[in-house]
Design a protein around this ligand. Structure first.
Ligand SMILES: Cc1cc2nc3c(=O)[nH]c(=O)nc-3n(C[C@H](O)[C@H](O)[C@H](O)COP(=O)(O)OP(=O)(O)OC[C@H]3O[C@@H](n4cnc5c(N)ncnc54)[C@H](O)[C@@H]3O)c2cc1C
Length: 461
């Protein structure tokens, strides 16, 4: 079967690519969209949607319990997990299954795809094998959770199946202190679970700035989460309960969540046959136009090398890949891509980190101000957080912003515009913010480049 465009992977990147290609061609382009597992991929089924649903419910737990006549946290948790599945189902149907039906030019293929050569793809499922030929191909096969070799799948959960839990675990071990571990750990702690996070590195959130690492540790510990850093898990066994072994220690839990990172879904694609190059971990190497090493083959989303794994970024890359098929000459702007960790308070950032600025030999200045500087934090009772801004010394342009604050995931976009449009720290100072809002912490951090913010009155000027 001949197609104008074959898209391998039906998650965020694949969907945005299929829709953009349909839009550009007035739904004339003949597209094959191939996938396995639930349509919609990671975000809707096992990623953003279930995790943010659990977090939201956990934040409102006291209100819900207050209004629900003697229901226990354990009963509430089971109810929440049922609702979670329903929300995932509705989101999948509403935002993926029903949406794609609008595009009559898109044929869906269910099955495992692999390249036969640089234009032909085989799609195999239990019943059929199809051979598809594409004038252009976009690979958007995403990523999967890594699992340590000693872990038996029956003993552990990953972010792929954590959402199947129905009974509130009394004790939960989370192996891996990255964003997923912290988000789920904090949410479960609010339901009353005893949560222990085990991290092999010397701090949680490895790779993030020291300020973020130390604030995150304080936040987790304040919530009563046990943090074990510099801790390598050697084994996991299952007896009456599930036990982990580290050093000379053995500790047992009701559930163990492995959140130690993700690997690209590229191993079975037979990329060599298509001449598509990968990095040492199997992530696909692309340029900023999302072109791979093989002419006419693009890649987008979590399977691409050297970038953050985010829903919005994946979708953006899918669009850019398509636009470049049509010669738009678009490039992905990784520098102005915001990221957020949905802990309470949120951790968010955009632009270059201090570590990377030093590595690149940039001449920069920085300011870090405490969350208490913004009066909204004392009103809302938030104890933890900060804002950090890096600027280029010569022209005062914003290089990077990091914030820990309530609502930081919502207002970090201020930094996106600053980076995208080359704004200076003075542009932020000269812009009126809302008082009293959490976002004013960015303006105050900007002002701290010019004046002593302790000598300012409450209204930011
Ligand atoms: C717990 C968790 C929470 C998250 N929270 C957020 C968040 O709050 N905000 C955010 O921006 N991001 C979040 N993410 C990240 C986000 O989910 C991903 O970045 C995004 O879903 C990646 O989209 P994708 O299209 O690249 O891949 P995917 O959505 O993974 O889609 C890839 C698809 O390709 C299929 N596939 C793979 N191999 C083949 C093959 N050989 N043949 C056919 N099909 C194949 C897969 O089965 C899958 O359906 C979260 C992730 C997790 C795990």
């Amino acid at each position: 079967m001949q197609y104008d465009l074959i898209i391998v992977g039906w998650g965020a990147a694949g969907f945005s690519a299929a829709i953009r290609a349909s839009e550009i061609t007035g739904e004339e382009m003949k597209i094959a969209l191939i996938g396995k597992g639930n349509i919609g991929g990671t975000c809707v089924n096992v990623g953003c949607i279930p995790s943010k649903f659990l977090i939201e419910k956990s934040l409102r737990i006291n209100d819900i319990l207050y209004n629900s006549n003697g229901v226990s946290k354990a009963e509430l948790f089971s109810e929440v997990m049922k609702e979670l599945k329903n929300t995932v189902y509705k989101s999948r149907v509403g935002k993926y299954e029903d949406v794609i039906k609008n595009y009559k030019n898109v044929d869906l293929y269910y099955g495992e795809a692999s390249f036969l050569d640089n234009r032909n793809i085989q799609v195999k499922n239990a019943n059929n094998t199809h051979i598809l030929r594409g004038s252009y191909i976009i690979i958007s096969t995403g990523s999967s959770p890594t699992i340590p070799p000693f872990a038996n799948l029956n003993d552990i959960k990953t972010s792929d199946n954590f959402w199947d839990i129905e009974v509130l675990p009394e004790k939960l071990a989370i192996i891996g202190g990255g964003p997923i571990g912290l988000e789920i750990g904090q949410a479960m702690r609010r339901f009353g679970t005893e949560v222990s996070i085990f991290e092999i590195a010397n701090e949680i959130l490895p790779g993030y700035s020291e300020e973020i690492q130390s604030a995150a540790r304080n936040i987790m510990q304040y919530d009563g989460i046990q943090i074990h850093t510099d801790t390598k898990i050697d084994n996991i066994t299952s007896e009456n309960s599930k036990c982990i072994f580290y050093g000379n220690n053995k500790e047992c839990f009701d559930e163990i969540l492995i959140a130690t990172g993700r690997y690209p879904n590229t191993a079975t694609l037979n990329l060599q046959a298509a001449g598509v190059q990968t990095d040492s971990k199997g992530f696909i190497i692309t340029d900023r136009k999302m072109k791979t090493s093989s002419e006419g083959i693009f890649a987008a989303g979590d399977c691409v090398s050297g970038k953050l794994k985010l829903e919005t970024l994946s979708a953006r890359e899918g669009v850019i890949a398509v636009e470049n098929i049509f010669g738009y000459g678009k490039e992905i702007d990784l520098n102005a891509t915001p990221w957020a960790i949905f802990t309470t308070p949120n951790i968010a950032g955009v632009g270059i980190s201090e570590h990377d600025a030093i590595q690149k030999g940039l001449l920069f200045d920085k300011r870090v101000i405490d969350a208490s500087s913004a009066i909204r934090n004392s009103i809302s009772g938030n104890k933890y957080g900060f804002a950090k801004i890096l600027i280029e010394r010569t022209n005062r342009k914003i290089l990077g912003i990091e914030v820990i604050s309530p609502e930081a995931a919502d207002f970090i976009v201020e930094g996106v515009y600053a980076l995208r449009f080359g704004l200076t720290v003075d542009d932020i100072i000269d812009s009126t913010h809302i008082f009293p809002s959490h976002s004013e912490i960015i303006k105050m951090a900007a002002q701290s480049f010019k004046r002593d913010i302790n000598k300012m009155s409450c209204c930011m000027e």
